[in-house]
Write a protein that binds this ligand. Structure first.
Ligand code: ATP
Ligand code: MG
Ligand code: MG
Length: 387
């Protein structure tokens, strides 16, 4: 990513837009950009700085995002429609090329993070309802008033409204902006005067401090983790990432959305509209309420076809406890419907009994839950099914 046409490598203390915005720390990234917390020296506030990759297609996508977000901001002067607010945009020239940059309001953790912090519980229906209300206000605004389809609704593109405002409440957030670029030893050999040395140390300290506070700054979910209690935390959220969004009457892409949130009409290519966003919305609400992830679904499907995973395997991972209880059963998904592979082939895919039996004999040893038991490619080549 960090090469010509790709991401811009920013560092804390870097200045943008003629010095107005100072990079603080990285908040996240996507396929198109890196997103930084930045300090706006003109208005003394923290903002989010999205630095797009520099290649032409990316620049084009960013300009498109600016066009849509400008319309969003224009139609919502009080900033109450649950969509991220665009504050400014400009170009930044760096070693990898020219990067379109967007300045938006600074928001908190994504719903993806919220779901992860709440693995065992789901977040409770009362809170699901609150989040649903915010999302529907946002979608109603985009769909009915603006004619925009988001096309990529998913938990990582929905951010909680940060309850900690580091600009207004630096004590609680434990954060003061870095304004100096940490002076590295990049000019090797140069004699540094005493005051420069001091400056360098102070800047280094600031960087160290910030990296320790990676999560807590604006981290609504992180705060929750600490307190094990979501009461008192506003569950307002906002829709972000308009890089793939479109005007309903100017659709460009045939294939939209991320797999797990993709509507059936998109899969079969029969055209789509605002209702494709509604499909994704329902998927997100389900995920929030059940706490159940695609990974867990995937494990359940494996076990329905291949039988229960041996305890030795299911308990051996660093994330085992996220998915399995101490009996080796899935924590959230109950009552698996066991349906062996040869039966699936006959009943669902219309194989003859003997074709199904032969093919299942070939595949099942390879689909062993215990990695060491799986035959190698060389061993598979000798299987009677192939010969
Ligand atoms: P994608 O690959 O999904 O298209 P992208 O490159 O377009 O991603 P965004 O989705 O806009 O980038 O942002 C990437 C991440 O940065 C988000 O998932 C979020 O974690 C963080 N982020 C984006 N905007 C903000 C903001 N306003 N406040 C705080 N964090 C943000
Ligand atoms: Mg994104
Ligand atoms: Mg995007």
């Amino acid at each position: 990513g960090y090469r010509k046409g790709g991401y811009h490598a920013a560092r804390p203390g870097d200045r943008f837009a003629g010095g107005r915005f100072v990079a603080q720390r990285k908040l996240g990234w996507g396929n198109f950009s890196t997103v930084w917390l930045a300090y706006d020296t003109l208005h003394s506030r923290f903002v989010a700085l999205k630095i797009q990759k520099s290649a032409r297609d990316y620049a084009h996508a960013a300009l498109h995002e600016i066009e849509l977000l400008s319309a969003v901001a224009q139609g919502d002067p009080t900033n109450s429609k649950c969509v991220v607010r665009l504050l400014d945009h400009f170009k930044h020239v760096g070693p990898n090329g020219q990067h379109v940059c967007l300045i938006t309001e600074f928001l908190g953790d994504s719903l993806l993070r919220l779901i992860r912090y709440n693995r065992n519980k789901g977040i409770g229906l009362r809170r699901v309802k609150e989040i649903c209300r915010s999302l529907l206000v946002g979608l109603d605004y985009l769909h009915r008033e603006l004619g925009i389809i988001h096309t990529d609704l998913k938990p990582e593109n929905i951010l909680l409204v940060s309850t900690i405002n580091p600009a207004k409440d630096p004590v609680r957030s434990g954060f003061t902006p870095i304004l100096d670029r940490p002076v590295g030893n990049q000019y090797g050999g140069t004699v540094i005067s005493f005051s420069e040395k001091m400056l360098k140390m102070r800047a280094r300290l600031a960087v160290a401090k910030i990296s320790q506070r990676r999560v807590s700054l604006g981290g609504v979910a992180a705060e929750f983790e600490k307190e094990r209690n979501l009461d008192g935390i506003s569950l307002k959220c906002k829709i972000v990432d308009f890089g793939n969004a479109c005007w309903a009457d100017q659709q460009l892409a045939g294939e939209i959305q991320t797999r797990q949130y993709r509507a059936p009409e998109v899969i079969i290519g029969s055209g789509y509209s605002y209702s494709a966003d509604m499909w994704s919305f329902a998927c997100i609400a389900f995920e929030l309420a059940t706490g159940c992830s695609e990974d867990e679904d995937h494990l359940a499907l494996m076990m329905e076809t291949l039988g229960k995973m041996p305890r030795k395997i299911s308990s051996s991972g660093t994330r085992s406890k996220d998915y399995f209880d101490r009996h080796g059963d899935l924590k959230r998904i109950r009552r698996l419907k066991f349906w062996p592979l040869d039966c699936v082939l006959v009943e669902r895919y219309n194989f003859t009994e003997s074709d199904a039996q032969g093919f299942a004999d070939f595949l099942l040893p390879i689909l062993d839950f215990t990695p060491e038991n799986r035959p190698s490619a060389a061993q598979c080549l000798k299987h009677p099914w192939l010969n």
